[in-house]
Ligand binder design. Sequence first.
Ligand code: ADP
Ligand code: MG
Length: 224
Amino acid sequence: MTVIHLKDIEYSYKANTPILDIEEFKIEADDSTFLFGPSGCGKSTLLGLIAGILKTSKGELQILDTNFANATAIERDRVRAKYIGYIFQAFNLVPYLSVEENVALPAMFGRTHSLKFSDDSEEVRYLCDALGISQFMANPVSELSIGQQQRVAAARALFGSPKIILADEPTSALDTDSRSDFIKLLLDVAKSAQLSILFVSHDLSLASHFCHQVSLRSINRARQ
Ligand SMILES: Nc1ncnc2c1ncn2[C@@H]1O[C@H](COP(=O)(O)OP(=O)(O)O)[C@@H](O)[C@H]1O
Ligand SMILES: [Mg+2]
């Protein structure tokens, strides 16, 4: 099953200077894809479109059962809240909330815990265990190291088994060893929940962890 399908989409921040012009880009269910390209080539912009945060009205932008090119902001928000886990470059954690409260945040935006857990807190505990942060569950995230905060961001994105994980250079603040460890962990947990992952980065040394590798420049006719 195809979970993300872009066809003839274009996006510009300012009129007449397209940042993205993509003929076709597809992601299948249960797949992991590494999308790479230098800084400024449009990776975050593409993730913003796929997440429905940015909007284009040109072409087809099929995300699960919804064409985001025709959908309203409310419809896009609903699909994102329910089915898309987003790991931001700067994590976007809420500093004064504890680790467990941060991980459970998607539940406040319409996502329910996965069926294999009996309630939200059981799933939060499972994810914190799987990502090695269970000893910090009650601590405010501001007390954690960058590497630990990144795991909190991953646990939050994975909560409720969304169908799609979008990861925007989430390893850029880590050293090389921790980068590989983090990606392996993320892919393991995602695989056991049968999620699709789209991971973007400028760092080609991470590419081999993923099933597919795509150069944004090779599919982008606007060529930033
Ligand atoms: N909010 C914005 N307003 C105007 N231009 C933007 C905005 N965000 C990004 N851009 C421009 O779009 C291009 C692609 O940026 P971005 O998608 O962030 O690239 P990447 O994530 O690959 O580094 C860059 O030229 C950047 O300056
Ligand atoms: Mg970016």
